[in-house]
Design a protein around this ligand. Structure first.
Ligand code: FDA
Length: 398
């Protein structure tokens, strides 16, 4: 194989397929290369197999980046409504689940089929199980060396995603390519990921594994502050659940997270008010406020007998009990890592890219789109919306 194209796109995932379709339909000769045997594995497994393909409320404010305003242009030029119009035009049934999260009624395979059909409309060539061994530039053209020969193109689009879930073929290829061309990288880290704690200090909470509680979570300060009202889930090693995944993207190592275990209510006040004339035990009262396992654990951890009557408990220990839960302040020891993370945060520094086209400022013809770029969305369809929007911005510029 030795051929020339207008555009070679490496990575046939969400962003790569979308970009190929747009560029192909604009008359560009496009080839899409991927080392995996199956297309778009992350779309396939996303949203529990139903793909949370966008969020109807997506704006640039639900994205993290060292350069937060960068994603604004692409996101406003291709909106959730635009993607929904495409979904509708393919007759895919969908529904809204929670906080603007849109899912397929049937299967995420429908989104893959839709993107493949759009690529076919644009005459895009696809080559799977292709291992890229080297990228270079010869006479102003990009060359991509693979085990099956060389491909050359006037434009090279890197859409190889982030490093989350390496078992599905995720690699640091995009970051290596950026470095090869002298582009800066914002340190990559797992994000939307469960948090872990030192096993010794976590032991008292490990027995709560499986328990989910609605909470308010907070971490960071100033512009790096994240606050979410969502469920958290206790696990053997630490904390998970949607609230923790959200906060993990804002969390910096060696800093605390703050968890309000009774959001919107004042536990201290409620306990003191309920004392008058109460014949109930502390355990009973707290179990009406929290799940029983959490109530018993919290009392035990503070050395307060669950059988002790509320009325017989002085205000001070009640206040201390409440203060320990509002907020519960704790410092994670780390995350469970890329193996279980939903995305990578960090990536190609957006100050290296043009916000309208995703083209590298220093290297004309080289583009980065999707998760490999330092733009990370919240949980809830935002990351796909970034993949679509950055891909369309690039596809329209090619
Ligand atoms: P993506 O990962 O989709 O594609 C990259 C492609 O590049 C892959 O096909 C890969 O094989 C290929 N590639 C990598 N290295 C290569 C190399 N060296 N050579 C050749 N090819 C290479 N988001 C959301 O908005 N809603 C959701 O419901 C979910 N659900 C979800 C579940 C799970 C379990 C995960 C892990 C992630 C999600 N996400 C999500 C996140 C979402 O899947 C992710 O942000 C997008 O797929 C990113 O799109 P990209 O095209 O950038 O990368």
């Amino acid at each position: 194989m030795s051929d020339h194209f207008d555009v070679v796109i490496i990575g046939a995932g969400a962003a790569g397929l979308m970009c190929a379709a747009v560029a192909g339909q604009r008359g560009q000769r496009v080839v899409l290369l991927d080392h995996a045997s199956r297309l778009a594995e992350k779309i396939r497994i996303s949203g529990g197999g139903r793909c949370n393909f966008t969020n109807s409320g997506a704006t640039w404010q639900q994205f993290l980046s060292a350069n937060p305003a960068f994603c604004r242009s692409a996101l406003s030029a291709y909106t959730p409504e635009d993607f929904l119009a495409l979904v509708r035009s393919h007759g895919i049934a969908w529904h809204e689940k929670h906080k603007g999260q849109l899912f397929c009624d049937d299967s995420s395979e429908q989104i893959i089929d839709m993107l493949v059909a759009e690529c076919e409309k644009g005459g895009v060539k696809r080559r799977m199980q292709v291992t890229v061994s080297a990228i270079g530039q010869e006479n102003g053209r990009f060359t991509v060396q693979t085990q099956a020969g060389k491909v050359s193109a006037d434009n090279l689009v890197i859409a190889t995603g982030g490093m989350a879930i390496p078992q599905l073929g995720a690699t640091d290829f995009g970051l290596k390519t950026a470095r090869q061309f002298g582009l800066k990288i914002i340190e990559p880290r797992p994000a939307l990921v469960p948090l872990t704690f030192d096993p010794q200090s976590w032991r008292p909470f490990a027995e709560l594994s499986g328990l989910a509680v609605p909470v308010r979570l907070e971490t960071g300060e100033g512009k790096r502050r994240g606050v979410f009202d969502e469920d958290l889930l206790f696990t053997h090693r630490g904390l998970s659940g949607p609230g923790i995944l959200q906060i993990s993207s804002y969390w910096e190592p060696d800093t605390p997270i703050r968890i309000d275990l009774l959001p919107g209510r004042r536990l201290a006040q409620e306990l003191v008010q309920r004392k008058k004339g109460s014949r109930q035990s502390l355990g009973h009262v707290l179990s009406e406020i929290w799940p029983r396992r959490l109530a018993e654990n919290w009392l035990h951890d503070r050395g307060m007998p669950a059988a002790q009557r509320l009325a017989d408990t002085a205000d001070k220990p009640l206040m201390q009990l409440a203060d320990s839960a509002q907020p519960w302040t704790l410092t994670p020891s780390g995350t469970v890592g890329y193996k279980k993370a939903e995305v990578m945060r960090g990536g190609v520094d957006t100050r290296e890219l043009d916000q309208k086209s995703m083209q590298a400022r220093k290297v004309p013809g080289l583009y980065f789109i999707g998760e490999v770029v330092d733009v990370t969305g919240w949980l809830g369809g935002y990351n796909f919306q970034w993949a679509w929007a950055s891909a369309v911005a690039c596809g329209r510029a090619l």
